[in-house]
Each structure stands twice: as C-alpha cells, then as structure tokens.
Write a new protein. Sequence first.
Length: 438
Amino acid sequence: MRLSRYFMPTLREAPADAQIVSHQLMLRAGLIRQEAAGIYAWLPLGLKVLKKIEQIVREEMNRAGAVEILMPTLQLADLWRESGRYDDYGEEMLRIKDRHERDLLYGPTAEEVVTDIFRSYIKSYKDLPKNLYNIQWKFRDERRPRFGVMRGREFLMKDAYSFDIDEAAARRAYNRMFLAYLNIYSRLGLQAIPVRADTGPIGGDLSHEFIILAETGESQVFAHRDLVEMGAPGPDIDWDGDLQPLVEKRTALYAASDEMHDEAAYGALPEDKRMTARGIEVGHIFYFGEKYSAPMGAKVTGPDGKDVAVQMGSYGVGVSRLVGAIIEASHDDGGIIWPDSVAPFGAAVLNLRAGDAGCDAACETAYKALSEAGIDPLYDDRDDRPGAKFAATDLVGIPWQLIVGPKGVAEGVVELKRRGTGERQTLPLDAAIKAITG
Ligand code: 5CA
C-alpha cells in the first residue's frame, strides 16, 4: 500500500477523555473513531489488526474441533423468554421493536440462538460432540463504557458453544477450549493466566477467565508465579486424547480474580511464589450443564433410547478488546509495538526524499520485493519531513522499517530498524529485504 493513497489519519495528540494508553494510541494511530459512547468505527489500520486477531482465533478454534457459523446480531425476545433470561438480563440489553411490534434485541451473547439451532437439527447422541462458534458483534448497554474498545457497548466477540451427552464429555469440551485459548493468546504475543471465575449472568458452576497483566486492567488477580510463567501447550497436542493432565497442571496452581479470591489459600503459598497484579479479562469460559438445554428442550436420544437434555458450555474471546489489550502489553513512548502476528503491515518502506530518482528507484524495488514475498509493506511515498515519517511509523507500530535516504543510496546502502528493540543496521538493499523476508 502506498501511503499517499491510503487512509491513515494519525493525530498529534489524543483527545483529553482518553484515559489509558491503549485508547490514546488507538485514536492517535488512526485505528478507530468514536461514533457514540462505546461505539466505534474501525479505520483501515484498526480493521486490519482486528481481522488478523479474528483469523488467529478462528484457526485455533478450528484446530480444537469447533465449527464456524454466523448468527444474526438481532435476536427474537421469545427465545430469551424460553430460557427465562429476558427479564433477568436488565438494562444492559438493547431492546428493539420491529414494524410488526415484535420484540427483538441486539444480542449481548448467543446461548439462546445457538440452542435453538442445535435443537432443530440434532436429535441423537451419535451426532455429538458438537462445538459451534461465531465471531460476531455484540451489544451490551454498559453503564460506563470506557477505555475505548476495552469496555465498549458494541464489541466483537468470538463465542463458542459446546453440546455433549454427559458431564464427562462436556468437561472434555471445556478442556479443549481451555487449552485452545492459551494457544490463541500465545500467538498474539500475550501471556494469559487462567483464573477461577464467577459465572455471572451466563450461569453454571465451572468457569475460568483468561487474564493478561496490565496496570490499567479492571480486575485484580492473585496467582502462583509458576502459572504466570508457564507457556502455552502448543498446537501439537492430541485434541481427541486426554487433555485433563495438561489442564490440571495449570488449574492445580492457585489463581483467582478478586470475586473468587481466597486470602487463606493464597497466603499459604510460599512468599516468593505469590503474585498479585491488575489484569484485563480477554476471555471467559463456562460450563453450565442443562441451564439452557432443559428449559429450551434441546434433547438428544441417548444410547439407552431415553431422551436427555444436552450438557452445554460457552466460551468467549473479546476480539475487539484484544486490540486494546495487545497495545497495553506492547508499546513505548513512541507508540504501538505490534507483534508480527497481528501487525497491520509487515514492514514500512520510508522514502526520505520522495522525487529523488535514486530514492524512488530503491523504494520501488523494496516495495515490489516485499509485496511479492507476502510481507504486505506500507510504502511512505509522501513528500514530507523525515522526522514526521519516523514519528508516524513508530506510532503505528509496524515491526520493520526500511529507511531509504539520498546519502545511503549514493553509498549503496539503506537503514533497517526493528520497531520492538530499536535496533538499527546499515546494509545493502538486498540484504535488508532478505532480513525482513527471513
Ligand atoms: N456467552 C459467554 C461466553 S461465549 C459470554 O458472553 N461471556 S462474557 O460475558 O464473559 O464475554 C466474553 C468476553 O467478551 C469477555 O471475556 C471479554 O473479553 C469480552 N467482553 C465482554 N464485555 C465486553 C465489553 N463491554 N467490551 C469489550 N469486550 C467485552
């Protein structure tokens, strides 16, 4: 992409009401624009990052055996009356009437819709297990939308729903999601801690939140240090095998958010293993058995010929919240530092003297080679001061900067900067391209 043709509206200063660094940087780097409280338009750079996160989530869900669908944002109130949640959900639910005076709502979550889909088609235990997910916009009329996309009213969620014949099978489904989540966050460059959690309006008795550490997080977490430092299980586990040992290795260590915190259990840990910090909830998984399947009549015939309500769980990832969470975890005074896996562009080519024949030719060569190698470069071909180009490129956080100036071109070299470390090297153009394409 040539910057002269792109739309990347960067701002020198963030609006005063942006309180936390990720919100400030998302506005300054031109990722989002607020349209109403807690409701955002995604600008080109923000949309690219959002789509990359979405794709990583999708790949890991598919790997763990979940199947993608797409449910509507608008749902029938009658379904929620069946589950008994319509009145309970309260003011967070945006209620709408259509022209026929039928009650609709903008989905804050989709247990009812997915249960309705399931019960329409699946009638036998032989068709289980099933895990259906979608990546879809949700609306919750939060009392205090704040921190930009962190607590929005409209936000993008990946929500998955598992259906099983009995509790043992449902726990296997839960375990698959538990481990898939750790792999998702690891691919996003994040260290996530699974903590025991409260189930709130979703319900159930088994639940974990996935928290990444950040000073601006809304929850306080208390955890065993070994858990904080433990890596993700990796993609090559046997997803159909016994995952319980991998899950237990993690759940055996103390970890809780404030609502579930047990001071005595935490205090019993060796002092050097106690860790408490603020964190951001980037995922939440629930096992709630028959809470929706029983009232909504989602039953299958079991091996003994008797009908039973299916055992369900639901599993959410805050996809749009993750954009902010990654920035909280990875930035410096100059701006955002994207992990390569979600960077909006793989590299930036900076032409320090657009119009100079030598600079233009070197930049075009780099731009072509990087494009062909699938790096998706952003070429700053504008006629602007070098200082402004450096600042903008640092701000938007592109992992590599290939800097082309007239002096270097005369000597047959360019400069290559790694955004994360600030490391710079001067080298021939070919070598710089090779360093980026690996
Ligand atoms: N149905 C279940 C799981 S599919 C559910 O809705 N869980 S949830 O309420 O915990 O939401 C799942 C994830 O969505 C949260 O972990 C969080 O990362 C994200 N999320 C929730 N509310 C918001 C919000 N207001 N703004 C941005 N992200 C949110």
